[in-house]
Design a protein around this ligand. Structure first.
Ligand code: DOR
Ligand code: ZN
Length: 419
């Protein structure tokens, strides 16, 4: 049995920062007190720094497989660990795609060999006859479902199948019809996509990925239980940055106007989660004639947002809800974040020093792609990241490569509320 004492933390407990010591046994928080004494295998004195639950990034594309030149599970989860993300939810548009039981098993195996953080693998559905086999393989989250690849009637069949099994569907909402007519994907394509999906839905398990327009947020919010995410790039970059960024500013849905960007900030209290849509492509690919859409973001999501906490644009509590509590809640990871720092919760924890601002430099980040659309912006990166009580990243020594493969597939541990 391993036994760790974290001393002198300002721990985030029920929305307040409280002076605590914390005992961790076998990766689980077992005691929280003002002061804990005794003999421990190891002691980590964090000297009054902030201790938060690790972030859950509900939208990453870790690539690997036949796209390991862009990213692999080791580099992608090194980026996660260095950015304070202790659980990632991987999207299935991989090469090969996660559209069969066999491919799912292969994907879990590849990830298990290298991942530094815990992970879920979503199921890929562009037809409905593979949903059952993915479900039997442990998939409960299906998507992101690319709306712009599907006719609405087929989407309906797919959703009914997912919900019939008790699964949750996540949707990339850009209408096929609209994108066909408007290849530059204006805001109206997102609005039309959302309308196509929600028009006759009452209360199903449905989540919208990376909503980029304030109108989109309002439409979804008008439908009770449906949830939505927003990315840091849609909060912090706009069309005005495209001249400067060129292909490095290209992603789907695309960057919007400054008015839209500000509209998202104005609605931070109406969104459910922030997720990165970490979608790395190589520098050469981005510099080519038709750069593929997507930007890396798993390492910079929390640091950028923590900097905005410091600037007073968002409260620390709200941020922890957006990156930790709500994603755990929505995707059934009840031991991860939702219960925050509490007895019985997994010790997925990050140590933060709000004084430690860094200028973000792509070549200092851990993603294989080596660039970031947030170059030159400021972030507050974690000092230490722990997954189930093990240090996977320490600012002074870097990524703990001896923990390669420590991350586990959380499919078996999903809350039964989802099923
Ligand atoms: O910009 C994007 N890149 N949007 C997506 O929906 C997919 C992603 C990718 O996989 O590269
Ligand atoms: Zn995506």
């Amino acid at each position: 049995m391993t036994d760790l004492l974290i001393k002198n933390a300002k721990g985030w407990i029920n929305g307040e920062l409280i002076d605590i010591d914390l005992r961790i046994e076998d990766g689980v928080i077992s005691e929280i007190r003002r002061e804990i004494r005794g003999n421990f295998e190891s002691i980590l004195d964090i000297k009054g720094k902030i201790l938060l639950p690790g972030a859950i990034d509900a939208h990453v594309h870790m690539r690997d497989g036949n796209e390991s030149h862009k990213e692999d599970w080791l580099t992608g989860t090194s980026a996660a660990a260095a950015g304070g993300v202790t659980t990632v939810i991987d999207q299935p548009n991989t090469d090969p795609p996660v559209t069969s039981r066999a491919n799912l098993s292969d994907r879990i195996e590849i990830a298990s060999r290298s991942s530094l953080v815990d992970f879920l693998i979503n199921g890929g559905v562009e037809r409905y006859d593979n949903i059952e086999e993915l479900y039997e393989g442990g998939v409960r989250i299906f998507g992101e479902i690319f709306l712009y690849k599907l006719e609405p009637p087929l989407l309906r069949q797919i959703l009914d199948k997912i919900w019939g099994l008790g699964g949750i569907a996540t949707i990339h909402a850009e209408s096929k019809h609209c994108v066909g007519k408007n290849p530059d994907r204006p805001p109206v394509c997102e609005i039309e996509g959302i309308k196509e999906v929600i028009s006759d839905i009452v209360a199903e398990k449905l989540h919208f990925c990376h909503i980029s327009t304030p109108e989109g947020v309002d439409l979804i919010r008008s439908k009770g239980s449906i949830t939505l995410e927003v990315t840091p790039h849609h909060l912090l970059l706009s069309r005005n940055d495209i001249d400067r960024l060129g292909g490095f500013g290209l992603m789907n849905p695309p960057l919007r106007s400054d008015r839209d960007r500000e509209g998202l900030w104005g609605r931070l209290d109406r969104i459910d989660i922030i997720a990165s849509d970490h979608a790395p492509h190589t520098r050469d690919e981005k510099l080519g004639d038709s750069p593929p859409p997507g930007v890396p973001g798993v390492e910079t999501m929390l640091p950028l947002m923590l900097y905005h906490v410091k600037m007073g644009r968002i409260g620390l509590n709200r941020l922890v809800e957006l990156v930790s509590e709500r994603p755990a809640d929505i995707f059934g990871l009840y031991e991860r974040g939702k219960r925050g720092i509490s007895i019985g919760a997994d010790a997925d924890l990050i140590v933060i020093d709000m004084r430690d601002e860094q200028v973000i430099r792509g070549d200092e980040l851990h993603s294989k792609c080596g660039w970031t659309p947030f170059e030159g912006m400021k972030g507050i990166f974690p000092q230490i990241t722990l997954v189930r009580g093990e240090v996977v990243y320490d600012r002074s020594s870097g990524v703990n490569l001896s923990k390669k493969g420590f991350g586990i597939f959380l499919g078996e541990r999903l809350s039964t509320d989802l099923v």
